[in-house]
Ligand binder design. Structure first.
Ligand code: SAH
Ligand code: SF4
Length: 346
């Protein structure tokens, strides 16, 4: 049995075979516009509700549910049918409600500072598994309307390319989300960025840069050896030329590693040449990477320095640090007790 969110409207209609068209519309409206479970879709007869219950099965089971910032940040670990675990984070702001979804269980890229990368790859998620994360969050966000979806949970969305494209298309078509409200974050899979540019999808691209010299970047992100900064630059230029959209760079500030004056100048010239926006995120410590994030003072100096160099920059606050809300951390803590205590580098 699979989730109803695996299907397009047409496919769902076929699966409901003998039901009239308006019934399919009602089910669809309940699922997509109202983010309802079958038992909540009271516009349809009870018999159809129980038929739907038998025919489809939600793909997410809550394995852990935590909150911080007095409930404005919530995080769930979900167990999938095969026992794999993923995480989803819901963040409520004054002007928007954002869900951060996982695209894979684990991740094969293996970035050294990332808890998901440290844990390795389990499998790709299906379209329905990604969409269910959005719909679950939409239900929890009510009465506020979920406004933004970011692919910044576990996994590399462009390594699960077809599913990522499919999810973005459906969220646009069926929930009306547009480029300002859909962000895909990638570690920089250059050929996939170029392929994605051609799809003409309404989305914002964020590239996790973290270092603008190949030596440091390859240490942090092993994939940089395959697609070094020069190749990534080409792909970014292609993205901008094809989509006419700006892109942004993510930069997790790591004490003594990429928060130096030299790193700042390297970043400034790389971002300048692509007219990219920079998002600074203080690194969240993870069990397998014994270096700390930059101090708050250094984060602000770094931001001011970039601004003085003409870069458009924002500091992303570390929502949910107390619940390990950065990429993959809660899942890893749920699965195994922390073995190492992060220490400040010399
Ligand atoms: N695989 C994609 C998307 C998931 S990671 C990517 O790498 O972009 C989402 C963001 O969280 C990325 O910018 C990633 O570099 C960042 N991240 C991972 N571990 C982190 C940590 N320990 N502290 C701060 N940011 C982290
Ligand atoms: Fe994968 Fe992104 Fe984590 Fe790197 S930072 S290991 S690409 S999830």
């Amino acid at each position: 049995m699979s989730s109803a969110y695996e299907y397009t409207k047409e496919q769902l209609g076929d699966l409901l075979g003998d039901e009239p068209r308006y019934r399919v519309d009602q089910v669809w409206h309940g699922l997509w516009n109202e983010a309802q479970t079958f038992s909540e879709i009271t516009t349809i007869p009870r018999t159809l509700r129980s038929r739907l219950h038998e025919q489809f099965k939600p793909s997410l089971e809550v394995a852990n549910d935590v909150q911080s910032d007095r409930g404005v940040t919530r995080k769930w670990v979900f167990r999938l049918f095969d026992g794999a675990t993923i995480e989803t984070v819901l963040m409520s702001y004054e002007d928007r409600v954002t869900v951060c979804v996982s695209s894979q269980a684990g991740c094969g890229v293996g970035c050294t500072f990332c808890a998901t990368g440290q844990a390795g790859f389990t499998r790709h998620l299906t379209t329905g598994e990604v969409i269910e994360q959005v719909m679950f969050a939409a239900r929890e966000a009510a009465p506020r309307r979920l406004s933004n979806v970011v692919f910044m949970g576990m996994g590399e969305p462009l390594e699960n390319y077809r599913v990522t494209v499919d999810v973005v298309k459906r969220l646009h078509e069926y929930r009306g989300l547009s480029a300002r409200h859909l962000t895909v974050s990638t570690v920089g899979v250059a050929p996939a960025i170029e392929r994605l540019a051609k799809e003409g999808l309404p989305l914002t691209l964020a590239v996790s840069l973290h270092a603008a010299n190949n030596e440091t970047r390859s240490e942090l992100i092993p994939l940089n050896r395959r697609y070094p900064l020069e190749r990534l630059h080409q792909a970014c230029l292609n993205w901008i030329a094809t989509t006419s959209r700006r892109l942004s760079f993510e930069w997790a500030l790591i004490d003594g590693v990429n928060d130096t004056e030299q790193a700042m100048h390297e970043l400034a010239s790389y971002a300048q040449s692509l007219r990219a926006h920079v998002n600074l995120i203080p690194l969240n410590p993870t069990p397998g990477y014994l270096v700390l994030g930059s101090s708050a003072k250094r984060v602000h100096e770094f931001r001011d320095g970039l601004e003085a160099l003409g870069i458009n920059v924002t500091v992303r606050n570390t929502r949910g640090r107390s619940i390990d809300a950065a990429c993959g951390q809660l899942a890893s803590v749920t699965n195994a007790k922390r073995r190492l205590i992060p220490v400040r580098s010399a």
